[in-house]
Design a protein around this ligand. Structure first.
Ligand code: ADP
Ligand code: MG
Length: 436
């Protein structure tokens, strides 16, 4: 096929957006707890099995991931070092009394992006503020460098894998739309004299192999860490790519994330976490972490077959503006709102298909005016809302956590007329928090 390359600047807001300082700090303070939680879920087969049992009956993609998960467990894990890079996303819910509360939207446990590009946005916004004569305000913007933090985690995992000549492999998309974001992390690794290669699933299928102790090789190079920036949507996978995924999961290489951690990031798991008692079971002996995590939860509801699901489905059909309907998908643009939510739920309310969704309370932030700058789009002022993401990084060796950190933040802002969609979906743009 012809090679077409188009380079555009990443979209961004003209001005930084106000973020309540207390909520910003709360989001940072809970990140290590979320790292612990995700890691605990990924090691809890019983919990994953029970939680996803109803989902995998109706959702083929989750079912296929789950099959690989079970197959790898049955064979016995060759991997002994575990690396998690996640991003927990929040909105600031505005109550009727004008108070704001931090509410988690979701946690991304695979291919959480924009840690690279956002390491540059504070400088951009600082410059804009100076041009506007707001030098004092410019100096208040916080430094932020997730690409360093993410690279630190990858480097630690690489080191613990323990083979000087082994490489880090970024598993990238067929059509690479966000390469510069990834390059920021890659460059940090080269600075530490760690070799990085970029490969697609098809390359792994064609050239990947395991040796007798399940070390992963590609093009003659041993791979210490596989960093997935792809693999979270069904469209990625044909039969060959599923085989490639299985090969990677069976290997000794550190997968970021391993398939269990990817499953820990499903919407269904998120919903089950909000059930009374679940967090306590997953994090025994950590009552304070449990309280911090729970304080960020919005209302989440199961649509499994049975009385509980029937009841909440009826409530949502009667008052769709209160909720968001979410399938087990990532990447933006999949959720249903308002009238569309009502129609879909009406149609599937008596079928098992209902089980492939969850319901969530709709968060209603206070909009603010800003300009969204996007290549080839006219400039206009929009009413906007923001979503704050905190990057988490952790490394576990056997049963021992050797690194557990918050690695920086990401603020994405979009016009209120878009209910859904991230930066990659062309809806949100990069922003910088201005703490108030
Ligand atoms: P995805 O995995 O597709 O990113 P999300 O759960 O993050 O799924 O939802 C995508 C977008 O939809 C979010 O970035 C946010 O803008 C919007 N959204 C999701 N959940 C809610 C909610 N409970 N209230 C308001 N908006 C939401
Ligand atoms: Mg999201």
């Amino acid at each position: 096929p012809p090679c077409v390359q188009v380079v555009n600047y990443a979209p961004f807001t003209l001005l930084p957006s106000a973020v309540p300082e207390a909520l910003f700090e709360q989001a940072y303070a809970v990140q290590q707890d979320f790292n612990l939680l995700v890691d605990a879920i990924s090691q809890n087969k019983e919990f994953l099995e029970q939680t996803l049992a109803s989902t995998i009956k109706v959702d083929d993609f989750t079912a296929q991931l789950f099959r690989i998960y079970m197959q790898v467990l049955e064979e016995g894990l060759a991997q002994t070092v575990f690396l998690g890079i996640n991003r927990s996303d929040y909105m600031f819910d505005c109550g009727v009394d004008g108070t704001t509360a931090l509410r988690q939207i979701e946690i991304n446990t695979i291919a959480a992006s924009f840690g690279g590009l956002t390491s540059r946005t504070a400088d951009v916004h600082g410059l804009v503020l100076k041009v506007l004569g707001k030098t004092k305000e410019a100096s208040r913007l916080l430094p932020n460098n997730p690409s360093k933090g993410l690279a630190w985690g990858i480097a630690k995992a690489w080191e613990l894998y323990g083979s000087q000549s082994a490489v880090v492999m970024f598993l990238v998309e067929e059509v690479q739309r966000n390469i510069f974001d990834q390059r920021c992390v890659e460059i940090e690794l080269w600075k530490r004299n760690i070799r990085v290669i970029r490969r697609r699933f098809r390359d792994v299928f064609e050239k990947g192999s395991l040796d007798g102790s399940r070390r992963l090789y590609i093009d003659g190079q041993e791979v210490a860490v596989v960093y997935y920036r792809e693999g979270y949507v069904p469209q990625t996978y044909n039969q060959q790519n599923w085989q490639a995924r299985l090969l990677l999961e069976r290997s000794r290489a550190v997968k970021c994330p391993d398939i269990a951690t990817q499953l820990a990031g499903t919407k269904k798991v998120q919903q089950e976490l909000s059930r009374p008692g679940t967090l306590e079971k997953l994090l025994p002996g950590h009552p304070e972490a449990v309280a911090r995590v729970r304080a960020t939860f919005a209302g989440l509801y199961s649509l499994d077959e049975g009385e509980e699901g029937d009841k909440i489905a009826a409530t949502a059909i009667a008052d769709p503006e209160r909720f968001v309907l979410k399938p087990q998908r990532e990447g933006g643009g999949n959720n249903l709102y308002g009238e569309e939510l009502r129609q879909v739920l009406e149609k599937i309310k008596d079928s098992p298909e209902r089980t492939s969704y969850i319901l969530m309370d709709k968060i209603k932030p206070q909009p603010a005016l800003n300009y969204l700058l996007r290549a080839h789009s006219p400039l206009q002022v929009s009413e906007c809302i923001s979503e704050l993401g905190i990057f988490g990084v952790y490394v576990r060796q056997g049963q021992k956590m050797v690194l557990n950190k918050a690695a920086g933040h990401l603020l994405r802002t979009k016009a209120i007329e878009h209910a859904d969609g991230g930066v990659a979906a062309g809806v949100a743009v990069l922003d910088t928090p201005y703490l108030v």
